[in-house]
Ligand binder design. Structure first.
Ligand code: COA
Length: 282
């Protein structure tokens, strides 16, 4: 389980704790008492590249977070100020033949899919380069806030491969096919402002304001009923590719989960009593 460090205010969590001692150098996670989990890719010397072991830890962490009812939202970022994540670990890959690459690809795609499937809202704080699998990890999050110095790219076609961990599917869904083709077919790098103009990033700020920008978003999320947010996320993510009729049926199914929740009663009561609601997630 993930350590709970007993601090109720987002942004004022305790010192970063490593998720588990044996892998402490790869990925760290900290959860405060408000239920905000902060995950940090922790290989700054390799620009937080996704080695196979890093991917396996990320997958394990995503599973733990998914099964932890106390988690309200998840932030992911990279250690250092150069990179969010430089994508697949190209040094590790160098000694691996094309035929032997399948488990590496499965590890990255598995980690990113596990991240995309998290039922709680996720935020990528992009503090530098987000390349290849690093950009694909961003795309699997619900929100992205970038430092002004951030650079995004799916560089794979310049490396003789192509995006293989969701990039060709999630990017066009987020920014449209024309912009996605510009990035994917050319391997072009874009800065944070261009990413914001495309709708990829919701906010750009100075690097030293990035954590605070993430905390502000978390404060806003904490005002919302957890079950409502989770069900709305499910309706959007699972409904997007369905025929409209099926998607609307899914929306109704998700809505009904909130309709019979204690938080729905609390929301109506708080409105009538002109006070802020106290949601419990039930
Ligand atoms: N895998 C393994 N190691 C990586 C890496 C990757 N994807 N990206 C960077 N590194 C390593 C470098 O080899 C270097 O190691 P060294 O100190 O032993 O030489 C170290 O990280 C620092 O890299 P450097 O390029 O000097 O840092 P930078 O801050 O100037 O630039 C990047 C950072 C991310 C812009 C640049 O490293 C880069 O373009 N990396 C390749 C990213 C990529 O194309 N990924 C897609 C993979 S499909």
């Amino acid at each position: 389980m993930i350590a709970d460090h007993g601090n109720p205010r987002p942004g004022h969590g305790s010192r970063l704790q490593c998720y588990d001692l044996t892998m402490s150098e790869l990925v760290c996670v900290d959860r405060d008492a408000a239920g905000i989990a902060r995950v940090t890719l922790n290989r700054p010397e390799a620009r937080n590249a996704l080695s196979r072991a890093t991917c396996e830890r990320l997958t394990a962490i995503a599973r733990d977070l998914e099964n932890d009812p106390g988690v309200r939202a998840v932030i992911i970022t990279g250690a250092g100020d150069r990179a969010f994540c430089a994508g697949a670990d190209l040094k590790e890959r160098r000694g691996v033949s094309a035929a032997e690459t399948a488990p590496y690809l499965a590890a990255i795609a598995g980690a990113i899919d596990a991240w995309a499937r998290l039922p709680r809202p996720t935020l990528a704080l992009v503090n530098g380069a987000a390349f290849g699998g690093g950009m694909e990890l961003c795309l699997a999050c619900d929100f992205r806030i970038a430092a002004a110095s951030a650079v995004f790219a799916l560089t794979e076609v310049r490396l003789g491969i192509m995006p293989g961990a969701g990039g060709t599917q999630r990017l066009p869904r987020l920014v449209g096919i024309a912009a996605a083709k510009e990035l994917i077919l050319l391997g072009r790098r874009i800065d944070a402002e261009r990413a914001r103009a495309m709708g990829l990033v919701m906010e750009v700020c100075a690097g030293n304001k990035l954590a605070a920008a993430g905390d502000n978003l978390m404060r806003e999320l904490l005002l919302c009923a957890p079950k409502s947010v989770a069900q709305a996320k499910r309706a959007i993510d699972d409904g997007f590719d369905l025929p409209l009729e099926d998607a609307l049926a899914l929306e109704r199914e998700c809505y009904n989960v909130t309709l019979f929740s204690a938080d729905r009663d609390e929301g109506l009561r708080a409105f009538a009593e002109k006070r802020p609601p106290q949601y419990t997630g039930r």
